[in-house]
Design a protein around this ligand. Structure first.
Ligand code: PEP
Ligand code: MG
Length: 324
């Protein structure tokens, strides 16, 4: 197995007819970095910055954050590392910043918290920008965006930090800025968002929960939580079309991208990058390498005729088995 992984690592992720699909990883801990590099990840599509925040008993200072981010950026350089600004609230609250609400997933989460607390956002962005000095492989990504105004407010703060740091003498480039599409409102604003950013990245974990009105962590409705639901797949297709209409690349960084059958559908939809847990990367790469783009497109066309998530799941599973 280890030798197989080693060989696969060196092979490009491309279909039989040479359609390239970069596979990136989702990280949080330094341990993820090692596993990702061993598996041949070509970049980081989602670095969950809340992970280091969750591991302490107070907010890390700007300098502490800089050191943590620098480690990630250095480990992957020259590959890109997409750092998501703090996404707390929902199911992730910090012990030293408790948020108590009746409906946390519909409440004070992600960008909503950091726009209300610009001092947290600015310290984090400054730390990221400083960490990128001399490496230039940073990308900044904003979670839970549900309107153009939120994006613009966050961009203003990022530009402000950037200019401050230039004045302080740092030699940095403005990194690409992107937004996560994980709230239904962002699906219907994908074109307007895409026009204003360097990339979009779909967070299918939250998008599934919000489109289907199914709590992603509630066991009682776990059967209903299914990203193969036709409504979710149609939303994903729409986001790709809208992003590309503005010439903006679009990736996906939810768990869905790490499912080999789903990865074929996502590739066929036209996602430019698939970002996943490092564990799933070799499996996804093998499957992509075993098909042609046309086969994946045919699979997608058939799937989009089906009307329920179970039928889609079985259809994809059977097709994968037939293909060996
Ligand atoms: C998502 O929502 O799909 C996502 C990637 O972010 P998280 O799982 O951290 O909410
Ligand atoms: Mg999310």
């Amino acid at each position: 197995l280890v030798r197989g992984l080693e060989a696969l690592k060196e092979l490009p992720c491309e279909t039989q007819d040479h359609h390239r699909v970069p596979l990136w990883v989702n990280t949080g801990l330094m341990a993820d970095v090692v596993r990702s590099l061993e598996r041949g990840a070509e970049g980081v599509g989602l670095y969950r910055t809340e992970v280091p925040f969750l591991l302490r008993d107070r907010f890390p200072s700007e300098e502490e954050q800089r050191l943590i981010y620098r480690e990630q950026l250095e480990a992957f350089a020259p590959h890109p590392v997409t750092m998501r600004t703090l996404d707390i609230g929902g199911d992730k609250s910090l012990p030293y910043f408790p948020i108590e609400e009746a409906n946390p997933f519909l409440g004070w989460r992600g960008i909503r918290v950091t726009l209300d607390h610009p001092e947290i956002f600015l310290a984090q962005v400054r730390a990221m920008l400083k960490a990128s000095e001399g490496l230039n492989n940073l990308r900044i990504m904003l979670p839970m965006i549900s309107s153009v105004l939120e994006l613009e407010a966050a961009q203003t703060l990022i530009y402000r930090s950037f200019h401050e740091l230039l004045e302080e003498g740092h030699k940095i480039d403005l990194p690409p800025i992107g937004v996560m599409v994980e709230v239904p409102a962002a699906v219907y604003q994908a074109r307007e968002l895409a026009e204003r950013v360097d990339f979009l990245s779909v967070g299918s974990n939250d998008l599934t929960q919000y489109l289907l009105a199914v709590d992603r962590n509630n066991a009682r409705v776990a059967d209903l939580y299914d990203a193969f639901h036709p409504a979710v797949l149609r939303a994903l297709q729409q986001v790709v079309a809208d992003a590309h209409s503005q010439g903006t690349p679009v990736s996906i960084c939810g768990e869905l991208a790490g499912d080999p059958g789903a990865a074929l559908l996502l590739m066929a939809m036209g996602f430019d990058v698939l970002s996943m847990n490092a564990t799933n990367l070799p499996k996804v790469k093998s499957v992509i390498r075993s098909v042609t783009l046309e086969q994946a497109e045919d699979l997608l066309a058939e799937v989009m005729q089906l009307t329920d998530a179970d039928a889609i799941g079985h259809f994809v599973e059977n097709s994968l088995q037939r293909a060996g």
